[in-house]
Design a protein around this ligand. Structure first.
Ligand SMILES: [Zn+2]
Length: 461
């Protein structure tokens, strides 16, 4: 029986012998073709089942008693509402998407209520709209915050990259896409933390800073919030590869490399920039004044440089924060990744300078350079004072020391009277008061003695 069966298969194989290789090759080619066709769907979580509409939630930050940033008449809670309404109106012009808003009026709403609402409607994505402000009003630019974990990180990054491209194309400075952890090692921001629990990717969009002149051109016009809303909607449409007949746009072939889902938590950078160095050139004169060229280098294995600032008085006062951007003609996109930039500092004609540079990374951590002593420029031209005892020097981290020098006698004329030189104002005042009193007392005694003598003389005569 087995003999008959095996010889049957043998005969079959022999019969199919010629076609066997072709059948096998056909199957392999078929598999390859199928995988190529399915690739875009397999690659990105943004591609969804076309029968189900995408559900997104727009969250206008703050509201009610919670004003958010409040500066010079610009109120964050009001601006985020205008952005949200504009974003919703624009997104509703696309096919295959349903748009929801956490609030449509000026009401208080907890972060929990916002995410609960998103969970209730079965949202695919949560867009949290904000404007920024800093304690010292010295920061500027746009940034996005995403979850530090898993799928929410990956999808958040995918969207935020598109969003940031839109914002920086306007000319806003790129403050990056970042994660932030709280003390318990979970996402610092509530909507991201709770979004993770609900399995809803969320992104916090900080469009710009409302308290810095660098960003003023990007908020100081009544139609800016409306423009931001359209821009945000376009980013969502690109992310989900939507099309709109009404708008006449089709983003169905937008390509981006999906961010791999991280296995571990994506930690923020918690160390200041390393490897900082400053190289100074020789001072020179132009029509615009006196300058010294500076080559500034700093790097950080964990995050790129964002700003730099400098002090000319040993750290007592600081310049504004400048972009980490080379003035030698490089594009922002390139220079932002370089470790070395070139700049120039105006050299003073009326005071010696104690120059310190400070560099800030993406997470606002800074490193301060050594102090560089540069004597003031002699007013009559291109000869520079040599600096009598302490000529050009660079000492280690003398921050505080030089700050004191600056507040003290660094540029005041030496006083003629040596004992008075080291006296503070109140001490001097006290001394003068005591002296005056003593003189007054002597005068009173003198007058008394004279008057008394006259009396005696009168009595005698
Ligand atoms: Zn806010």
């Amino acid at each position: 029986m087995t003999k008959i069966f095996s010889s049957g298969i043998d005969r079959l194989l022999k019969g199919a012998g010629f076609f066997y290789t072709w059948i096998r090759a056909g199957i392999i080619i078929g598999i390859i073709m199928l995988s190529v066709l399915c690739k875009p769907v397999m690659l990105s979580a943004a591609s969804i089942d076309s029968s189900e509409p995408i559900k997104v939630v727009i969250d206008p930050g703050h509201g009610g008693e919670n004003l958010g940033a409040d500066h010079n008449g610009y109120l964050e809670k009001e601006m985020t509402m205008i952005v949200a309404e504009s974003m919703r109106d624009e997104l509703e012009k696309y096919e295959g998407i349903e748009v929801y808003m956490t609030r449509t009026s000026d009401v208080d709403m907890s972060l929990e209520e916002r995410i609960d609402y998103a969970e209730e409607i079965g949202a695919d994505f949560f867009f949290c709209l904000h404007f920024n402000m800093s304690a010292d009003h010295d920061m500027y630019g746009a940034e996005c915050w995403v979850s530090a974990f898993g799928e929410c990180y990956a999808r958040g990054m995918d969207f935020a990259k598109i969003e940031m491209r839109q914002l920086t194309d306007l000319g806003l400075y790129d403050r990056g896409i970042k994660t932030r952890l709280g003390s318990k090692g979970k996402n610092y921001y509530g909507v991201l933390r709770m979004g993770d629990l609900a399995g809803i990717p969320a992104v916090i969009i900080e469009h710009c800073h409302l308290d810095n002149y660098n960003d003023e051109p990007f908020y100081d016009a009544y139609d800016w919030p409306v423009r931001y809303g359209k821009l945000d909607a376009t980013a969502v449409a690109m992310y989900y590869r939507l099309k709109s007949d009404e708008l006449g746009v089709d983003y169905s072939d937008v390509e981006y490399d999906p961010t791999p889902v991280p296995v571990h938590v994506v930690r923020p950078d918690d160390s200041p920039p390393d490897n900082m160095s400053v190289v100074y050139g020789e001072p020179y004169q132009t029509e615009g004044g006196n300058w010294v060229d500076v080559e500034l280098t700093a790097s950080d294995p964990d995050s790129r440089m964002l700003y730099y600032s400098y002090s000319i008085d040993g750290g007592a006062t600081w310049s504004e924060r400048y972009r980490w951007q080379d003035d030698q003609g490089q594009l922002i996109g390139d220079s932002i990744l370089t470790d070395t930039i070139h700049t120039a500092v105006p050299v003073s004609t009326d005071r010696d300078m104690y120059i310190i540079f400070k560099v800030y990374n993406l997470y606002n951590l800074d490193t301060v350079s050594d102090v560089y002593y540069l004597p003031k420029v002699v007013p009559d031209g291109d000869i520079y004072s040599e600096g009598s005892s302490d000529t050009q020097m660079s000492v280690g981290a003398g921050d505080v020391e030089y700050a004191e020098i600056d507040r003290g006698e660094a540029d005041s004329e030496p006083a003629a009277d040596a004992p008075l030189k080291n006296m503070s104002g109140p001490m001097l005042f006290g001394l003068i008061a005591i002296l005056s009193l003593a003189i007054l007392l002597v005068l009173v005694i003198l007058i008394y003695v004279i008057v008394d003598n006259r009396h005696r003389d009168n009595r005698r005569s």
